[in-house]
Ligand binder design. Structure first.
Ligand code: MN
Length: 246
């Protein structure tokens, strides 16, 4: 099973979460919300080759942590995976919008300078802004829009730009999420959980719950579980093959 966006470092017991992910998952992208969290989070992946750690600066922390962009730039050459990055246009984050744009743009510039990265991107209520900036930095790499919840028009723009999508259980379980998934090219979709933020019945999702998303995709695609899982693994290998050094 593939979980292309979860926060192993934010579970109450990060090492336990990483151990379970190691035992139950084929591939886990362990994203971070601040550059200073990267090294410690990366340690959770030691001896667990299916866990890959992404360097991030979450838009909701942009205003508070922009000084860590220096750390970001130091670490970016060491990892092919970047995330969680992006923009958040929810009313409570409007005040930091300007700073969010500066931080996201800085990160895209850094990624461009390194020949491109695989980026897990947050775009809540900000899909148009995210797409505008991605288009300004065409060499920044491959954008994987995580838990996309924008308009179908923005989704079509994202597809046209070459974006990929990671889809979790809450998306396959909502009517709106399913309508969006139906517009996504099947060969650019991966599963995710966004645990421990995303929950089910009051319990945080864990990487193994990506299976629920895969089952939902199988249903939407009108194929059996094994065919959906083969498609997802094929997608993953094409995406990760594009990961430039290191
Ligand atoms: Mn997240």
């Amino acid at each position: 099973m593939i979980d292309f966006h979860c926060h192993l470092d934010l579970y109450p017991n990060p090492d336990g979460a990483a151990l379970a992910a190691h035992r139950q998952s084929r591939f886990v992208l362990s994203v971070t919300t601040t550059p200073s969290a990267f090294e410690g989070t990366k340690a959770l992946a030691n001896g667990r080759p299916q866990i890959h750690t992404a360097l991030g600066l979450h838009p909701q922390l942009a205003a508070q942590r922009y000084r860590e962009l220096r750390i970001f730039d130091e670490l970016a050459p060491t990892t092919p995976y970047i995330g969680e990055i992006g923009l958040d246009g929810a009313p409570e984050n409007r005040a930091t919008w300007r700073k969010q744009l500066d931080v996201f743009e800085h990160i895209l510039k850094t990624c461009s300078g390194l020949g491109g990265r695989i980026m897990s991107i947050h775009s809540r209520r900000a899909s148009a802004g995210v797409l505008d900036l991605l288009r300004s930095y065409p060499d920044s790499g491959v954008a994987v829009l995580h838990w996309f919840s924008g308009s179908s028009r923005d989704l079509d723009r994202a597809v046209e730009h070459g974006c990929w999508f990671s889809v979790g259980p809450p998306m396959v379980n909502s009517e709106r999420g399913r309508a969006l998934i139906e517009r996504m090219p099947k060969d650019r979709v991966l599963t995710e959980t966004d645990g421990p933020f995303a929950q089910k019945d009051g319990r945080p999702l864990v990487p193994a719950d990506a299976e629920r998303a895969a089952k939902g995709l199988a249903e939407l695609w009108g194929v059996d579980d094994s065919e959906a899982s083969a498609t997802l693994l094929d997608n993953l290998s094409r995406l990760t093959a594009s990961a430039s050094a290191p």
